[in-house]
Each structure stands twice: as structure tokens, then as C-alpha cells.
Write a protein that binds this ligand. Structure first.
Ligand code: ADP
Ligand code: ZN
Length: 731
């Protein structure tokens, strides 16, 4: 008897076995979605294995009820990937499935059918009696398969109804193949390929050899900003796409997808270029998913979750801006998109390119150890120079938003009709709302962080949980008639600019704008066409974007990330500065950068000013080694949370003393266990949080040990545990 192992879309510990009924024997495959009964309820599940039972079973095996689609939605390589994520990231299989196969696919919802019209091959309507109908019938004969919507723009509903009723036309329904971004980024003809520079050619040569061999290999492409990394990707795509190979192209932010998709559609007008990110509608997801599944030789540009798309004959995986933290998912399963992409490439025996101007310490370290191959583009295209960076000490600027030097340079640019970008890593208007009389600070009642004042919406907002209240005029604690709004957010910068430069056309781009679907594309297009002079944004637009007319970039406050108590603070600051600076001077005009800070002596700022990656890397690596931080060890965080603070704290300490410490020998040698300590943000959504850190040379053995230890100890139901493997930072 043939049976299927079915992973149910519900938190069950393992797949269940079902009989395959005769009528499904030929269509059911590993990767098919099916309906099955679990107890009395009908559930959806994924077939993860098929096997022949030698002996008839001694117990009843229920049959599979039916298939959700007649084709599989995933394949065995991807299922292997899901299992790897389950093991490596200490995740549950159902969480992995949830992340990997979106709701829109699981539930078979939102099929959009479109109607195509054809004229019947007959005499047609009487031309004298029904001239309009005759005209429409002739028109359809000349344009068979016309979209009904289009037809109805030319002819009336009455004409349509009459033709249909008299059998002069017929309708064919087919699944609508929506193409995401089609309406926003109309194709404007093919653009010519550029002539690669010497450096680009050398890099392509090296990676190209691996592509031809068709084996797994990871290349770390370290190219300074504006060195033309995208052209290297395009050249590599070109190499395989016409042979029916597929390409997965990952980007760290939704906002970066539009520019890249546009460029790729222009360069590959005959190849479908798909888009994938969290902003897609259910219908768009479904269409995209099946189009990809049906066609080897497709190109997908997407954010983190695109790593799970069912690309067939995958030959090339590109992870652009590989250092970005947005590749790390913050909910379960807490996978790292870049690392999953590398593993996927390994399973598919594909070539993987990790690109960045500021590689993560992990990847650069891997390259230095020979695990990845390092390829470099040390210069900008056309010998353009890297921008000149000025560091301004804000201690002498009397609390102003703009230093004199930045303001003067802005005036210059606006007079010369060049464009400016300003960055600030805080959205909202003012991040601190306080009373000058007592020590009151407006704080979220559910999370231990201050509320941010959003002027445009007139609310105080918690950036953790979304809690909001109306701002008060008097202090709620002491009744003093005055409240101060301190600190800087993007909205306030916008307001100040409008006051100083009332004529300047500007827009703000932060995560507020993502709430409106595709609004960001409009803003970026306007900026591209120079309908805007100034763009104010958060880290969302600090990397990747290419606007040749931008010659000045201002970083309003560089200190936010430097002053954080975190092992990655320097790395993050270095990356932010170099990336921000990288937006300037990308065209024929040289660029400049002004960095405002209150700690101008900081060494990281100087490495960044000189774009001296290797000096930064050497120094940072020494420090990481001293304290056993990544990349020397992997960091695993165990988050322990509960509404009851003392329960969480006591359990954490008990777990350390009674379970972890007595089993020290079961962990790989050189594993450090640190904590428990309160999390940097102690309370989120009314839950108190503690954390234990494991610094270990070997993830898989550590996770295995932890699984066993946890299975043998009780966790009260008021406590929630969350594992974060390769945690990005201490939060
Ligand atoms: P990076 O991703 O390395 O920051 P991009 O790939 O965005 O850089 O390239 C920067 C700019 O240089 C783009 O406008 C691109 O069109 C242009 N460019 C890249 N390679 C070449 C080349 N070989 N010849 C001319 N222009 C190029
Ligand atoms: Zn909150």
C-alpha cells in the first residue's frame, strides 16, 4: 500500500501517515497540498514523503480526502530546506511551513479569472439591422482573445449581451496572470547593456567559471558603493537565463525592489521578472507563485521570504546588501534570509553571490577562512571618486537640527539644481515627550519604551506594539501646563527644512509610507525624475538606491547606533555611514557627505569617513575575538517572557542552575552561557522579558543538547520561550 507523510498546517510535532486513494495515485506528489481528517476536523497539509508499506498495517490508516491543487506547490529540495531550518533554527516544522508557504497558497483563495472574448465563426449579425453589433463582431474577429474589460471600453454592455445571446461570440475564462508592478513601472523599451569595466569583467570571469561548472560556490562580492555590482549580477543572470536556469535575487527592503525590477525588465524584456515581498496582495502572491512554479528560466526579485519560492532549475542566488539586518526574521522561525539562501544554493548546487560595500563581519570572516571566495570592486565606475566626508561636532551647534556647514551646502545644491538626501534613523516627530517640572516621560504602558510624538497624526505612538494615545497639553503626572517634545524624528526634520527652505520640493520616506501600498514607488520615481529636490528618510533608503543627481547627503545624527550597548554597534554604524555616503556622487558630479555627531572622536567614524573597510575589519575582529562574539562564536539567545515578572526571572535562574550548569559537558567545548539578564527592552506588550545567551562554536550540537534538556524539564504555561539562533544583537 502506498502511503503519504502529511505535515498538517497546525502545531503538531510530526507528520501523519495517510493512505493514497487510487484516484490520486498518479497526480499526488511530494509537494502536493491535500485535505485530510485529523480527528473529526478537515485540515490542510503538505505531502512531505511518499512510501510503500511492505506489510499491511495493523491499524487503520485514513485516506487522503483530496488535493487542493492538481499540481504540487513545492518540491523535495525545498522540503529538505524546511527541515534544515527546523533543525538549525530550533523551530517547529509548522512555523517553518507557515513562513515558507503563504496563506494565499495554502487556502486556495483569491483565484482571479479573466474573460477573453472570441467571435464565433459564423455569418455574424445582420449588418443593416444591427450595425453596431456587426462592427463589434468584426472587431473581435480581428482581435481574438480580447479582454472583456477592454471590449467593454469600446462597445456597450447591450451590444455584448446581444452578441452573447445570439451566439456570435463566446467567452473563455482563464486564470488572470497579474504581473506585480506592471502598472507602476511600464516597460519603456530595452536598454543597451553597458560595457563592463576591467574590474567588473575580472569578477564576472571568476564567478562565471563556477556558473559553467554548475556546482555550489559562494562568492562574496565586496564592491565600494557605485562600483557597479548590479552590472555584475546582470551579466551573470544573462549567462544562465537563456538556458532555462532560474535566478533568485534577494534585496533587504521592499523599497529597493522597484528600482531593481525596472532595471531588470528593461534588460531582459522577454523574460518574466517577478516581484515578491510582504506588500503583495493574496491574489498577486498566488499568481506569482504558480507562474514561477510553471516556468524554469524565471527571475525573481524579492525580500527575505522570496527565498522559499518554488523556482525550478535554480542556478544563481544573489543576496544584495548581504550585511543588512532586515534579512533576519524577528518572529518564529527566526531564520536569516542570507544564510538560508546560501543553504538553498547548496542544495540546488547553484552559485551564490553575496554583495555589499560593507560586508558583515561573518561573511568577510568566512571569506578570509576560504569558505567563501572573495571578489572585489575597489573603485567606482568611470573613476568617479568616493564622496568627501565632513564630520561635524554638534556640541557647538546649540541644539540646532542642521549645522551651519550642512545648511550652507544645502543652499549651494539647491541653487545648482542638484539633489540632496537627508537621513535620520528615527521616524515620527520627537522621540521623547517629557514634563519640565516633574520627571515624567510619556512611556508605553505595555512596553518599557518612551512614546514617540507623531505630529502629522497627532498621536503619541509606541514603535514596539503600536499603542497610541492623544498628546496632552498638561503633564498627566503633576499637572504642569507645559510638555516638551525633545529629540529628533524624520517629521521634525521635514518641518525644519520647510521653514528654512520654503521653496524646496521635498518628500519623506520612512516606514509610515509603507502603509500605503506602492506610495513609495511614486516618491522614488518623482525623485528620480527630479520633481523633488530633497528626500528625507530612515535607513530604509540608506542603501542600494541609485540617483545620479544626488551630490549631497546629510546624516543628521550618527550617534543613535553608536551609543547602543551592543557588540554590533560599531559594525552597524560603519555600515550605515558608508552606505549613506554611498548615495552621493554616483553620477558625473562629485558627491559630498556631512555627518553630524556629538562624539566626533569615535574611531569608527574615521574608518567610515575613509571607507577603510579592512582597517575597520581588523580592529573590530580583534575585539570580537577577545569577548568571544560572532564571528568567532555563534550567538544563541533564549528569550524567556511572562506577564509575571518574578516567575520569568525565577524560572530563568532555575533553568541555568538546575538544568544547564549540571549538563555543561554535553555542550560543545568553548560554549559560554551568559545571563539570565533582563532584555534591553524589559517589557513588551505587557510581557516581562529575560534572556540567556549561549556563545558556541557549533550550533547544531548546541541546539541538539538544548532540545534534549528542555524535553526533560517543565516550563510553566505562563512562560513563553523563544529561540533566536545567530541572534543579530542583544535585543
Ligand atoms: P553599486 O550597486 O555597486 O552601488 P550600481 O550597480 O548601482 O553600483 O552602479 C552604479 C552606477 O554606475 C549605475 O548608475 C550604473 O548604471 C553605472 N554603471 C555600472 N557599471 C557600469 C559600466 N560598466 N559602465 C557605465 N556605467 C556603469
Ligand atoms: Zn508598546
Amino acid at each position: 500500500m502506498l502511503v503519504a507523510e502529511v505535515a498538517i498546517f497546525a502545531p503538531l510535532p510530526r507528520p501523519l501517515t495517510y493512505q493514497i486513494p487510487d484516484e490520486l495515485l498518479h497526480t499526488l506528489k511530494v509537494g502536493s497540498l491535500v485535505y485530510v481528517f485529523v480527528g473529526r476536523s478537515k485540515k490542510e497539509g503538505l505531502v512531505v514523503g511518499i512510501q510503500e508499506l511492505e506489510q499491511p498495517p495493523t491499524y487503520l490508516i485514513k485516506p487522503i480526502v483530496g488535493m487542493i491543487y492538481d499540481v504540487p506547490v513545492t518540491d523535495s529540495l525545498l522540503i529538505e530546506l524546511y527541515h534544515w531550518i527546523e533543525r538549525y533554527y530550533f523551530a517547529s516544522f509548522s512555523d517553518v511551513l507557515e513562513a515558507a508557504i503563504p496563506q494565499a497558497i495554502r487556502k486556495n483563495t483569491a483565484i482571479k479569472l479573466q474573460s477573453l472574448l472570441h467571435a464565433e465563426e459564423n455569418e455574424g449579425p445582420d449588418v443593416k439591422k444591427f450595425p453596431k453589433q456587426y462592427e463589434a463582431w468584426c472587431f473581435l474577429r480581428q482581435n481574438p482573445g480580447m479582454l472583456k474589460e477592454e471590449f467593454l471600453k469600446k462597445f456597450s454592455r447591450n451590444v455584448f449581451d446581444a452578441l452573447l445571446k445570439k451566439h456570435f461570440l463566446y467567452e473563455v475564462f482563464q486564470r488572470q496572470e497579474r504581473q506585480v508592478y506592471a502598472q507602476f513601472l511600464p516597460q519603456v523599451g530595452m536598454t543597451e547593456a553597458v560595457t563592463l569595466t576591467e574590474q567588473q569583467r575580472a569578477v564576472c570571469e571568476i564567478i562565471g567559471q563556477n556558473l559553467e561548472k554548475g556546482t555550489f560556490g559562494v562568492y562574496l562580492l565586496h564592491g565600494v558603493t557605485g562600483s557597479g555590482k548590479t552590472e555584475v549580477y546582470i551579466e551573470m543572470i544573462q549567462k544562465i537565463i537563456h538556458e532555462g536556469g532560474s535566478v533568485l535575487y534577494l534585496l533587504p527592503e521592499v523599497t529597493l525592489t522597484a528600482q531593481t525590477v525596472k532595471k531588470l525588465r528593461q534588460r531582459f524584456p522577454n523574460i518574466p521578472v517577478h516581484v515578491w515581498h510582504s506588500g503583495l496582495s493574496e491574489g498577486e502572491r498566488r499568481d506569482t507563485w504558480f507562474q514561477i512554479m510553471d516556468h524554469p528560466g524565471t527571475l525573481v526579485v524579492g525580500a527575505r521570504s522570496a527565498v522559499f519560492l518554488p523556482l525550478q532549475n535554480l542556478r544563481l542566488v544573489i543576496v544584495d546588501e548581504e550585511h543588512e539586518r532586515t534579512y533576519k526574521q524577528e518572529e518564529n522561525p527566526r531564520y536569516h534570509g542570507r544564510d538560508v539562501a546560501v543553504y538553498r544554493a547548496k542544495l540546488a548546487q547553484a552559485t551564490c553571490i553575496l554583495g555589499s560595500a560593507t560586508p558583515s563581519l561573518e561573511s568577510y570572516y568566512n571569506a578570509s577562512k576560504g569558505k567563501y571566495t572573495l571578489v572585489t570592486l575597489p573603485q567606482r565606475v568611470d573613476h568617479r571618486t568616493l564622496p568627501q566626508v565632513t564630520i561635524v561636532d554638534m556640541c557647538y551647534e546649540k541644539g540646532a537640527v542642521f549645522s551651519k556647514i550642512l545648511q550652507d551646502k544645502m543652499v549651494e545644491r539647491f541653487e545648482r539644481r542638484e539633489q540632496v538626501m537627508l537621513f535620520l534613523n528615527r521616524r515620527g516627530f520627537a522621540p521623547t515627550v517629557l514634563c519640565p517640572s516633574c520627571d515624567y516621560v510619556a512611556t508605553c504602558p505595555h512596553c518599557s519604551i518612551p512614546l514617540t510624538y507623531h505630529k502629522s497624526r497627532q498621536t503619541l505612538l509606541c514603535h514596539f506594539c503600536g499603542y497610541e494615545i492623544a498628546p496632552t497639553k498638561v503633564c498627566p503626572k503633576c499637572g504642569a501646563p507645559e510638555i516638551l517634545y525633545r529629540g529628533l524624528g524624520t517629521q521634525r526634520v521635514e518641518e525644519v527644512v520647510q521653514k528654512i527652505f520654503p521653496q524646496v520640493r521635498l518628500a519623506r520616506l520612512d516606514s509610515d509610507i509603507l502603509q500605503k501600498k506602492y506610495a513609495f514607488i511614486e516618491v522614488l520615481e518623482q525623485f528620480q525624475k527630479h520633481e523633488l529636490d530633497l528626500l528625507i528618510g530612515t535607513q530604509m533608503i540608506a542603501k542600494g538606491l541609485d540617483f545620479p543627481n544626488v551630490t549631497l547627503v546629510g546624516l543628521i545624527n550618527a550617534d543613535g547606533s553608536l551609543s547602543q550597548q551592543d557588540f554590533r554597534a560599531n559594525e552597524r554604524t560603519f555600515q550605515l555611514l558608508v552606505q549613506v555616503a554611498g548615495r552621493s556622487g554616483r553620477g558625473d558630479l562629485p558627491g559630498e557627505v556631512v555627518v553630524q555627531t556629538r562624539i566626533p572622536g569615535n574611531e569608527t567614524l574615521y574608518f567610515a569617513k575613509n571607507t577603510d573597510y579592512s582597517a575597520f575589519f581588523e580592529k573590530e575582529l580583534t575585539e570580537r575575538e577577545m569577548f568571544h562574539y560572532p564571528p568567532y562564536r555563534h550567538m544563541i539567545a533564549l528569550h524567556i517572557s511572562s506577564r509575571n515578572a518574578s516567575l520569568a526571572e525565577l524560572w530563568s535562574q532555575d533553568f541555568l542552575k538546575k538544568t544547564l550548569q549540571p549538563s555543561r559537558d554535553c555542550f560543545p567545548p568553548q560554549t559560554d552561557i551568559r545571563g539570565p539578564v533582563p532584555s534591553p527592552v524589559e517589557k513588551v506588550q505587557d510581557r516581562y522579558r529575560f534572556v540567556l545567551y549561549f556563545l558556541t562554536p557549533k550550533v547544531s550540537r548546541t541546539v541538539q543538547t538544548l532540545r534534549v534538556l528542555l524535553a526533560n524539564c517543565t516550563v510553566p504555561k505562563e512562560i513563553a520561550l523563544a529561540w533566536d539562533i545567530d541572534a543579530y544583537d542583544f535585543s
